[in-house]
Design a protein around this ligand. Structure first.
Ligand SMILES: Cc1cc2nc3c(=O)[nH]c(=O)nc-3n(C[C@H](O)[C@H](O)[C@H](O)COP(=O)(O)OP(=O)(O)OC[C@H]3O[C@@H](n4cnc5c(N)ncnc54)[C@H](O)[C@@H]3O)c2cc1C
Length: 381
C-alpha cells in the first residue's frame, strides 16, 4: 500500500508541526500542572482551520478526510497530548452531523463547529454505561404538544462537555428496546435544563477537561434529532470507528516523540565511561520501540486510507487503536526508563507523556473491547 502523502497533506503536516511547536509545546507542562483547558490555543486551532478538518468548505470546514485528521492529531500529540485529544474528540461532533444530519442541521451547526470556533462534544458514556452502551439510562420523551423531546439523565466523563457549544448526545426514545431504542440529539449549550456538573481531576491529559453533564427536563426541539428515531446506536458506533483512528494518531504521535527524546538522551548520558547509547541493552530497547511504532504507523495510515476510500473499517479501526495505544504505553514507559531518575522528574516531559499515553488504552473503547470487536469481525465472517 502506498502511503506517500499529497503536496497538500505534506503542507498540512508542516503547518500542524509548526503549530504544535510554537503554540502547544510551550504551554503543555503548564496546562498539565494547572489542570487548565487552554481556550486560547483552541481558538487559534479554529482560526487556522484545524477544527474544520473533514468538513467541506461550504459548511465552514477545510475539507480533507481521515488522513488529514490523523496527520494533524499525530503532530499535535508529539508536543501536547491534551491538545491532540481536544482536536481529535472535538471533530467527532461535526463529523457525525455531516454524516447523519439533515441539510438544515448541517447549515445551522457545522459553521459554528468549524470556523465559528465553538467546541464540539460527544456524550454517550453514563455512570452505568461505559463499555456496555446498552446500559444508557438517559431518556428522551416526546411531547407532541410542543414537538419537543424532554431529556432526563446524567452523562459522565465527557471530554469538553462543560465548554462545548454543540454536543451530540445519546438518549433512550424506547427504553425497552435497549440499543435499538437509542436516538441521537444535537444539544446546544444553554438549552434550559442542560447543565454541567463535576469536572474530573485526572491522572493525565489534564489540559483536556472531562465533565459530568446533567439533563433535567431539558426540552430539545424534535428538529434536533440526529438521524432517525431509535437509530442512534448506529450513529454512536460509526462515530466511534472514526474516533478510534483519532486515538490511534494520538498514540502514534506521543510514541514518535518519546523515541526521539530517548535516542537523544542515550547520546548525552554517560555512565561507566561511555554514552549509554553504546550499551546493547539500551540499543535493543530503541530497536523494539522503533519497530513497533513503525508497525503502528502502517496500521493507522492503512486504516485512514481505507476510511477515506469509503470502505468499511470497523475491524481496522479497532486494530490500529488497540495497537497504537498499547505501543504508546510501551514506548513512553521505555523512554522514561532510558532517562532513569531524570525521566521521573517533572523537569523532563516524559513523566507527563507516560501519564497522558495511558488514556489511549481506555477512552473511545477500552483495549479489551477492541479485542471483542476484532475477534467478532475475524471469527463471525
Ligand atoms: C479522560 C476520559 C475522557 C472520556 N471522554 C469521553 C467522551 O468524550 N464521551 C464519552 O461518551 N465517553 C468518554 N469517556 C468514557 C470512556 O469511553 C469510557 O470510560 C470507556 O468506554 C470505558 O468505560 P468504563 O469507564 O465505564 O469502564 P467499564 O466498561 O466499566 O470497564 C471496566 C473494565 O472491564 C472491562 N470490560 C468491560 N466489558 C468487557 C468485555 N465485554 N470483555 C472484556 N472486558 C470488558 C473493560 O475493558 C475495563 O477494563 C472518557 C473517559 C475518560 C477516562
Amino acid at each position: 500500500m502506498d502511503f506517500s502523502l499529497t503536496k497538500e497533506q505534506e503542507m498540512l503536516r508542516k503547518l500542524s508541526a509548526q503549530f504544535a511547536l510554537e503554540e502547544l509545546e510551550p504551554i503543555a507542562a503548564q496546562i498539565d500542572e494547572e489542570h487548565r483547558f487552554p481556550v486560547e490555543s483552541f481558538e487559534k486551532m479554529a482560526k487556522l482551520g484545524f477544527t474544520g478538518i473533514g468538513v467541506p468548505e461550504q459548511y465552514g470546514g477545510t475539507g480533507g478526510g481521515m488522513l488529514e485528521k490523523v496527520i494533524a492529531v499525530e503532530e499535535f500529540a508529539k508536543k501536547c497530548m491534551a491538545s491532540a485529544a481536544t482536536l481529535s474528540i472535538h471533530l467527532i461532533a461535526p463529523h457525525a452531523i455531516l454524516a447523519f444530519g439533515t441539510e438544515e442541521q448541517k447549515q445551522k451547526y457545522l459553521p459554528r463547529l468549524t470556523k465559528g470556533g465553538e467546541l464540539g462534544a460527544f456524550a454517550l458514556t453514563e455512570p452505568n454505561a461505559g463499555s456496555d452502551a446498552a446500559g444508557v439510562k438517559t431518556t428522551a420523551v416526546y411531547d407532541e404538544k410542543t414537538d419537543e423531546y424532554i431529556l432526563n439523565g446524567t452523562k459522565c466523563f465527557i471530554t469538553g462537555g462543560a465548554r462545548a457549544g454543540v454536543l451530540v448526545v445519546f438518549a433512550l426514545t424506547d427504553p425497552k428496546a435497549k440499543t435499538k431504542g437509542i436516538s441521537a440529539f444535537i444539544i446546544e449549550k444553554g438549552m434550559p435544563g442542560f447543565s454541567s456538573g463535576k469536572i474530573e481531576s485526572k491522572m493525565g491529559l489534564a489540559g483536556s477537561e472531562t465533565a459530568e453533564l446533567v439533563f433535567e427536563d431539558c426540552r430539545v426541539p424534535a428538529a434536533n434529532m440526529l438521524g432517525k428515531i431509535n437509530k442512534g446506536f448506529k450513529i454512536a458506533m460509526q462515530s466511534l470507528d472514526a474516533a478510534r483512528v483519532g486515538v490511534g494518531a494520538q498514540g502514534l504521535g506521543v510514541a514518535e516523540e518519546a523515541i526521539e527524546m530517548a535516542v537523544k538522551y542515550t547520546h548525552e548520558r554517560v555512565q561507566f565511561g561511555k554514552p549509554i547509547a553504546a550499551l546493547q541493552g539500551i540499543q535493543w530497547y530503541i530497536a523494539d520501540m522503533a519497530m513497533k511504532t513503525e508497525a503502528a504507523k502502517a496500521l493507522l495510515y492503512m486504516t485512514a486510507s481505507l476510511a477515506d476510500s469509503g470502505k468499511p473499517f470497523t475491524k481496522e479501526a479497532a486494530m490500529c487503536k488497540l495497537f497504537a495505544a498499547e505501543n504508546a504505553r510501551f514506548v513512553t514507559n521505555l523512554a522514561l526508563q532510558i532517562h532513569g531518575g531524570y525521566g521521573y522528574m517533572k523537569d523532563y516531559p516524559l513523566e507527563r507523556m507516560y501519564r497522558d499515553a495511558k488514556i489511549t488504552e481506555i477512552y473511545e473503547g477500552t483495549s479489551e473491547i477492541h479485542k471483542v470487536v476484532i475477534a467478532r469481525a475475524v471469527m463471525n465472517k
